[in-house]
Write a protein that binds this ligand. Sequence first.
Ligand code: NDP
Length: 337
Amino acid sequence: NRQFLLAARPVGDIKESDFEYREEPIPSPKDDEVLVRTIYLSLDPTNRIWMSDMEQYMPPVEIGEVMRGGIIGVVEESKNPNFKKGDLVSGLLGWQDYAIALGSSGFSLTRLPNPLPCPLNAFTGPLGATGFTAYFGLLDIGQPKVGETVVVSAAGGAVGSIVGQIAKIKGCRVVGITGSDEKCRWLTEELGFDAAINYKTGDLEKALAQACPNGIDVYFDNVGGIILDAVLTKINLRARLPLCGLISTYNASKPVPGPYNYSQILMKRALVQGFIILDYIPRFHEAIAEIGKWLNQGQIKYALEIVEGLENAPKAILKLFDGNKKGKLVIKVSNEP
Ligand code: NDP
């Protein structure tokens, strides 16, 4: 059983040496436990938060522990009456080929629907935590109305690309901010965004003024930092700002100052609301039904950046921070049944 453990808390960018590789015998399930084989391992910006010991929404991963990660897998052996060999499942089972779940393992599992309503890999993206984050953050907190302007950052990524498409379904003008011309073209030409801005080239405030002639009603923030500051100069009265993530700050080794245009939240009576998707677990079924329908009707498309092989996870995770990927980043650890 190949595993990656957390070897060191990263200072600045994640380094491959922050992980330690180990091989162990494949474990056997005890009473009430199951053995799960990992098929897909999800790599997420929050992995960087879990690797640190900052105050966070879950306990950090301890040094020497298997690195935490969301997986899609298949039950290989079951001693739990509610799961059988062959069941497809998801859980936070970590960076390893095989894991024990349920019973006294401390790891819970979610069973995927049988038969599957769409390809298995959709559960790593739009039908997994990524899609649910987009759905509840935008609809519950953003409350977009027909004709309003929705801006989303990290728009070429996993969550952002779904946010924009849901906002289009809800009748909004949608503007994405992302880090390459190629991703901008993907957003406008394939995903139906009305405009996309490459924040790495040109003046972001000017570009926003051009792309949002009626101002900004909803800003779905994945990034924080200077992008948030530019957006704050264009928000409308009673704008809503779902605060989903702050990826521009995750690698910082000192507290990041700002936002400098904070006063605009007061002047425009804006609402900023942070949220963590785990709070919405009791409502995941709503998102599964709606997003599943949109996927089947072709109203939502998704891209996966699939990196083959567990051994490549420590290097692949850097793609989340250099932006060198489109859509959802996953490691393919083993074959689908
Ligand atoms: P993505 O697939 O969007 O990958 C991260 C992207 O962020 C990169 O591709 C890159 O794209 C962009 N980025 C990286 N560094 C910077 C930077 N310094 N400035 C601006 N953009 C940057 O990841 P996810 O969709 O999984 O996550 C997006 C955000 O949502 C993250 O902040 C994450 O923590 C958060 N999140 C929050 C959840 C919650 O429950 N609140 C749940 C899931 C995710 P580009 O080329 O555009 O720069």
